[in-house]
Design a binder for this molecule. Sequence first.
Ligand code: IMP
Length: 190
Amino acid sequence: MKKVFFATSNKNKYLEAKAILRSFNIEVEWLKGDYPEIQAESLEEIASFTAKWVAEKTKKAVFVEDAGLFIQVLNGFPGPYSSYVYKTLGNHGILKLLEGETNREAFFISVIAYCEPTSKPATFIGKVNGTIAYEIRGNKGWGFDPIFIPTEGEGKTYAEMGPKNKNKISHRRKSLEKFGAWLSKYYEKE
Ligand code: IMP
């Protein structure tokens, strides 16, 4: 089994990536830590910067993942600021911003950036459309999971679906699948 390092401080992300990449016969090792993140408008730019930084620092082939929740009626907010907004406003704050609003459309994006010490980062994107719930729902999730209802989720929030079912359809599943397929081919060539 080939091994790749996942640089993240987020255990939930690590567990999701580990479960999904296993189906590609790729083992994920957790490079646990807080890594520098730039503030930028594009998730690709943010993830690529961190991946390059960690790869150079550790001299390892690594990937990082950056995600964002984009709410249509808020012109895509919080998007690349999702992490800060989650820490400051949280799910209750988002629901408050949408009070009385019937357009609840939103999407989640996950960007993976893979980088080796001497190469440029390669990026992989996953997107899931959905809506924002009217209240917090479900307790089997983390982050925005209790307020995000994916279109393919039969009306349930990610937090009501639980990790197993979320992992079948999530934005992270989609970016990791692209990454896993690319990495498998890449290893074949080596
Ligand atoms: P980041 O990728 O860690 O910067 O994520 C941005 C914000 O979105 C964080 O506050 C996370 O909690 C949240 N987030 C990222 N991915 C997910 C997810 O799969 N479910 C729920 N919240 C998420």
